[in-house]
Design a protein. Sequence first.
Length: 189
Amino acid sequence: MKNLYPDKKRKRALSASAIAKCALFTSLMIVGAFVKIPFPFVPLTFQTAFAVLSGFVLGAKKGAFAVGCYMIMGLIGIPVFTSGGGIGYVMMPSFGYVIGFVAAAAVSGLAVKISNRPAAYLIVALLAVAVNYIVGIAYFILIWQISGYENLLSALITYNVIYIPKDVVLAAIAAAAGRKFYKIKAYDD
């Protein structure tokens, strides 16, 4: 059949390999939510590292797609989030971080194309984590205000800021792992 729109590029379907890799990272996000280190207030999880790593390995679009699938699974009621699932989760102050995971995957996937040097991976991972925190904290403030809670500054420190050192360490781990995946040519964006 003749292409009716020759000047437009044809969209490529995802290959079986790409679908499998996306499914793997969606699964890793789920596992990352349930591998918890007990900590006062909010448990420590590994989702941040897996979100950043998904962008490094899959690229911006596929990484964001894989993490987005995780988010959609949780919103339709599959208990994949740290505290369960369902559409009501959008009213939890921490849901902004789930949205931020999608953004972090996209950022790490875009920025990794700049350089293959170890320092570049670390900078990109830290940038992706910063984006996750920007989205997460903005959403936290919005829901906190809508819900009429008090002591916003104390809540920001208790539920957000104290986790930054953990996520910096996870960013460094994701950067090291992402560079290894690149070296073995797992990246196919």
